[in-house]
Design a protein around this ligand. Structure first.
Ligand SMILES: NC(=O)c1ccc[n+]([C@@H]2O[C@H](COP(=O)([O-])OP(=O)(O)OC[C@H]3O[C@@H](n4cnc5c(N)ncnc54)[C@H](O)[C@@H]3O)[C@@H](O)[C@H]2O)c1
Length: 376
């Protein structure tokens, strides 16, 4: 039995899919699948991602499996890229059948990462932020920011944004992109001004530095902090005192202790994993006045859920292209045969690199065709 050709989803396909369904509906669909996956946390074979660091950024591989479906994402993080006309974050990924290893889907994951990161942030906030939260500060107005805004509007009930970026053009772009969304958007002159009066604070900046974007004295009791941009060793956003203000929640502690804002805290700094809250094992927010912090770094479980969502949605919409990524072999042991001319019967196949003119023997008759280095 030959494997079915792999489905390939390009950026164009995923953009078409998201336009068809709507950004909010895609984020909500991914969040639903992800929530269900968090509830079966123990089904997943989990590990921290494999990171290759360089002076300008990081390239990471993020594998995970639930014993039925395996996924892996390739993703980079290069905060200096926009200055060279490139995105900070670019990604693609694979979904494979665990039973056979057949790659079922190869997909772009740059757009999909923005959707799944927003889905994860909003899902966490639904459980951790005060239910009456209506105003969000959004610090960092780059590639991810609109996705976060729409996720918090539709999944959490945010009505107004207070936005700030050190790059005024990024803020202008965000404001323009959110026109007609129904969100009230106010551009602010500083992080402090944006945070003042907010119920939720999202930090989603990019800088390869132990930065302090958000300081403890900017926060008020009861706020929820959605800290997304501190996701790599030596790359943080929160003053350590912010982490001491209340309760800190993470995706997968072994990875977040290395990559998250808690990298600046002692190794035994207390954290709660999201799945523990969703499953009722541990409490989330304990009271109205508590400060809650989601120290987000991005975990492979989220990409697994997002890839499965996109795969199902693309099949339903008839989008994507079939790729001959792995050979389709009549005889699975005859891989060499894939190099030979199509349709050539086994006995009559010529060599792979037949010389253009067969060498002549002394008598002038063609020499026998050179043999493949395998039994005919
Ligand atoms: N946790 C996750 O799952 C996850 C997923 C995707 C991206 N990220 C991270 O989120 C961050 C944003 O990603 P992006 O794709 O939007 O990057 P981006 O480069 O498009 O945008 C980042 C923005 O942050 C702004 N910025 C930098 N320093 C700032 C500061 N001190 N104050 C205010 N704004 C500042 C920049 O001007 C830029 O507009 C990155 O650090 C990325 O690694 C995390």
């Amino acid at each position: 039995m030959s494997p079915s050709p792999t489905l390939f989803l390009s950026v164009t396909d995923v953009a078409a899919l998201v336009r068809q369904r709507g950004v909010a509906a895609c984020i909500a669909g991914i969040a639903d699948g992800l929530h269900a996956d968090f509830l079966r946390w123990r089904d997943f074979d989990k590990c921290a991602r494999l990171a290759h660091h360089s002076p300008g950024g990081v390239i990471e591989l993020m594998p995970i499996s639930d014993g039925v479906t395996y996924s892996v994402k390739y993703v980079n993080g290069h905060p200096g890229n926009p200055a060279a006309g490139l995105p900070t974050v670019m990604a693609f990924g694979v979904l494979a059948d665990v039973a056979t290893g057949v790659p079922v889907l190869v997909s772009e994951l740059t757009l999909t990462t923005a959707l799944r990161t927003a889905a994860t942030s909003a899902l966490a906030a639904r459980w951790l932020a005060r239910p009456d939260s209506r105003v969000m500060a959004l610090v960092g107005n780059g590639a991810q920011s609109e996705f976060q805004a729409i996720a918090f509007q539709h999944l959490v009930g945010i009505e107004a944004l207070r936005v700030f970026d050190t790059d005024a053009r990024a803020t202008e772009k965000l404001v323009a992109n959110l026109q007609g969304s129904g969100l009230r958007v106010q551009a602010c002159a500083s992080v402090r001004e944006a945070v003042h009066g907010a119920d939720i604070v999202t930090t989603i900046t990019a800088d390869k530095a132990s930065a302090t974007i958000l300081a403890a004295d900017m926060l008020a009791p009861g706020m929820h902090v959605n800290a997304v941009g501190g996701d790599c060793p030596g790359k943080t956003e929160l003053e350590p005192a912010v982490l001491g203000l209340g309760k800190v929640f993470v995706e997968f502690a072994p990875q977040t202790r290395v990559e998250g804002d808690i990298q600046r805290m002692p190794a035994d700094f207390p954290v709660t994993e999201l799945w523990e809250v969703f499953s009722g094992r541990r409490t989330g927010r304990d009271n109205e006045a508590q400060v809650t912090v989601f120290d987000s770094v991005g975990f492979a479980l989220e990409d697994h859920a997002a890839l499965r969502f996109m795969h199902a949605a693309a099949l339903e919409a008839g989008l994507g292209e079939r790729l001959a990524l792995v050979p389709q072999l009549a005889d699975p042991k005859d891989l060499f045969g894939a190099l030979l001319p199509a349709g050539a019967p086994l006995q009559q196949r010529g060599p792979v690199n037949r010389p253009s003119a067969a060498p002549r023997t002394r008598a002038g008759s063609p020499s026998p065709a050179p043999r493949c280095d395998r039994p005919a």
